[in-house]
Design a protein around this ligand. Structure first.
Ligand code: UFG
Length: 327
């Protein structure tokens, strides 16, 4: 019996793989290594395969049968909002097409359990202070749409052939559980600030005139190790005898931090001068996006152990360990 982690060589996936290996599970990783790295999967078996590519379904079915896979954790996806706006059809091919191939293979191979990486991007610009799972989903870009469509597809497979599934809607993921597993991309606030500091540039703040206490955008930052633990909690719940009552969970802390607070925390962790340049607002940024995180606590008994200080300290430590691969 083994767990198949698709996208297990990526930033979040590699944390889940390491935790699964630590608790003695047999793990197979499928990854196309387009943004992941082979040295992140440790003792797991790595199969290099693009789930959205030609013949992917057949190859996946073979892996599932040969390795007696009983559960799948599906991370593999494109996640750049701006790129999704520029290349919508490709995003649907990659994110929805890839998931469809995985699910078709699971149906044929008789694999019934799936944990899916969803995103707070499904909510768009929700008009509430704390976003609960039942808020109406109105994604504002193709990336968020592909995650919402993914959830619908899982629900359809649940009805059609008894797929047992859980979608985790991640808020703002940062930090590192181990120094060698830092975020390899420079796409989000924390690595973008660290990257500018490394180059001797000042951090950028995209807008300080939002209707928030210090004028900068507020987000719910979640430590990647806490997020990885949430996957294990979700998997344990899914594979227990109990019939799942909820399928969709926010993974956040319920507490927000502003861009300025994050930048200041980076200054404290690094000892560097983080005096920032304020730029114009970035299109499509909601002033505040913070999770209502009660459901995951009640149903999965999970809660975040690490706050912003741990997140930033671990990100700084991993950044110094380097190397970054994707810019
Ligand atoms: N920001 C800066 N300076 C930077 C980088 C970011 O001020 O150099 C600001 C952004 O404008 C935003 C905040 O920092 O206000 C966080 O930005 P990120 O790009 O790190 O994260 P987002 O909240 O925009 O995006 C995250 C995920 C997306 C997901 C989105 C919505 O990265 O995948 O949440 O849930 F789609």
């Amino acid at each position: 019996m083994s767990t198949l982690v698709i996208g297990g060589a990526g930033y979040i996936g590699a944390h889940v793989v390491r935790l699964l290996l630590e608790r003695g599970e047999d793990v197979v990783v499928v990854d196309d290594l387009s943004t992941g790295a082979a040295d992140r999967v440790g003792a797991a078996t790595l199969v290099e395969l693009d789930v959205a590519g030609d013949g992917a379904q057949t190859s996946l079915e073979r892996v599932m049968s040969e390795r007696a896979v009983t559960s799948v954790i599906h991370f593999a996806a494109r996640k750049q909002v701006g790129e999704s706006v520029a290349r919508p059809a490709w995003y649907y091919q990659q994110n929805v097409g890839g998931l469809a191939n995985v699910l078709a293979a699971m149906e044929n191979a008789g694999v019934r359990n799936m944990i899916f990486s969803s995103s707070a991007a499904v909510y768009g610009m929700p008009p509430v202070e704390l976003v609960g799972e039942d808020v109406e989903c109105r994604p504002i870009n193709p990336y968020g749409e592909t995650k919402l469509v993914g959830e619908w597809l899982l629900a359809d497979c649940g009805r059609a052939w008894g797929l047992r599934w859980t979608a985790l809607r991640y808020f703002n993921v940062a930090g590192a559980g181990w120094p060698d597993l830092g975020d390899p991309a420079v796409l989000n606030l924390v690595p973008m600030v660290l990257d500018r500091l490394e180059r001797g540039d000042r951090p950028k703040i995209f807008g300080d005139d939002y209707p928030t206490p210090d004028g900068t955008c507020i987000r719910d930052y979640i430590h990647v190790l806490d997020l990885a633990q949430a996957h294990l909690a979700a998997m344990d719940h899914l594979t227990s005898d109990a019939e799942p009552t909820e399928h969709v969970f926010n993974v956040g802390t319920g507490t927000g931090a502003s861009v300025k607070e994050v930048v200041d925390e980076i200054g404290r962790a690094s000892g560097l001068d983080v005096t920032a340049e304020v730029e114009a607002r970035r299109a499509g940024d909601p002033p505040q996006l913070v999770a209502a995180a009660d459901r995951i606590g009640e149903v999965l008994s999970w809660k975040a152990e690490h706050g912003l200080t741990d997140i930033i300290r671990s990100a700084w430590e991993a950044w110094q360990a380097g190397p970054r691969r994707i810019g």
